[in-house]
Design a protein around this ligand. Structure first.
Ligand SMILES: NC(=O)c1ccc[n+]([C@@H]2O[C@H](COP(=O)([O-])OP(=O)(O)OC[C@H]3O[C@@H](n4cnc5c(N)ncnc54)[C@H](O)[C@@H]3O)[C@@H](O)[C@H]2O)c1
Length: 260
């Protein structure tokens, strides 16, 4: 299925959009989707994207409040009013990384726990605090938090066994926590005309281990993982005025996985 969004009236032209982790797998997809809508995209990441695009890369660690304040200063100096913040960056684990074999709860390292929560939760909270405050002063803005199907259900560890991998507890906590941050922010800044929502996407197919994909597909009513472009329309919808009466909610897009 080829989903083209170019002619859809999201009215996101010239909107100033921050995407954290915009150099990553999903982030890159979202950066390009906003660029196609002719938005001005600022990618806040530790590393530049390997794929060239017209976004502005701002090398920043989202866990460092002072660095984020410098980014805000840059926007204020350039008189750029932010319209949209997407909290997308988080630590993700690649089962191929042999160093990460000890992810069982019994052996889980406190350093990993702290690092994961610092990036996934503290980073999103700091971006919300700093860029959200700026948007609240302008009395207009949208914040979108990227949670996961594992923000609403527990991981089924059986599907990772073929890779000798355990989905870490920190991932569940971060993704559930983002849904809490979403509700808090939506309620807190509602009167300032800030909407805040989350999406809970299911796993995106990215040539993962065949056995893993087979086992995962059995848990999904639609019988397959998502394609990398299948969240674009949902994100555009939640970031545009088309969703003007939606705030504080989490839209689950998981092929039905969480309903069974
Ligand atoms: N890929 C999936 O199947 C999937 C499914 C559900 C939810 N998600 C969520 O989507 C989001 C993106 O996932 P992805 O697969 O693109 O991950 P990814 O690992 O490819 O990208 C994450 C990006 O975040 C950046 N980052 C990490 N720490 C940072 C920091 N301290 N400051 C700034 N940037 C930092 C990384 O450099 C990387 O570019 C994550 O929140 C993930 O939980 C992904």
């Amino acid at each position: 299925m080829n989903i083209k969004l170019n002619n859809t009236n999201f009215n996101l032209k010239d909107k100033n959009v921050i995407i954290t982790g915009g150099s990553g797998f999903l982030g890159n997809q979202l950066v390009n989707t906003f660029l196609n809508q002719k938005s001005n995209v600022y990618n806040i990441d530790l590393f530049p994207s390997k794929k060239k695009n017209k976004s502005k890369f701002i090398k920043t660690d989202i866990t460092d409040e002072n660095s984020l304040k410098k980014v805000l200063k840059y926007f204020l100096k350039k008189k750029i009013k932010l319209d949209i913040l997407i909290n997308n960056a988080s630590n993700n684990y690649n089962p191929k990384n042999k160093k990460l074999s000890k992810l069982t709860l019994e052996d889980f390292s406190n350093d990993l726990w702290e690092n994961d929560l610092t990036v996934g939760l503290k980073g999103s909270y700091l971006c919300t605090k700093i860029f959200g405050t700026h948007m609240s002063k302008n009395k207009k803005g949208v914040i979108l938090n990227i949670s996961s199907d594992l923000g609403v259900i527990a991981p089924d560890q059986r599907i990772y066994r073929s890779m000798n991998f355990t989905k870490p507890v920190s991932y569940s906590v971060v993704k559930h926590g983002l849904i809490g941050l979403t509700k808090y922010t939506a309620s807190y800044w509602a009167k300032k005309n800030i909407r805040c929502n989350a999406i809970a996407p299911g796993g995106i197919f990215n040539n993962q281990n065949r056995l893993f994909v087979k086992e995962l597909n059995k848990l999904i009513p639609l019988g397959r993982m998502a394609k990398s472009n299948e969240y674009n329309a949902l994100v555009m919808f939640l970031c545009s005025d088309m969703s003007s009466y939606i705030t504080g909610t989490t839209i689950i897009a998981d092929g039905g996985r969480s309903i069974i």
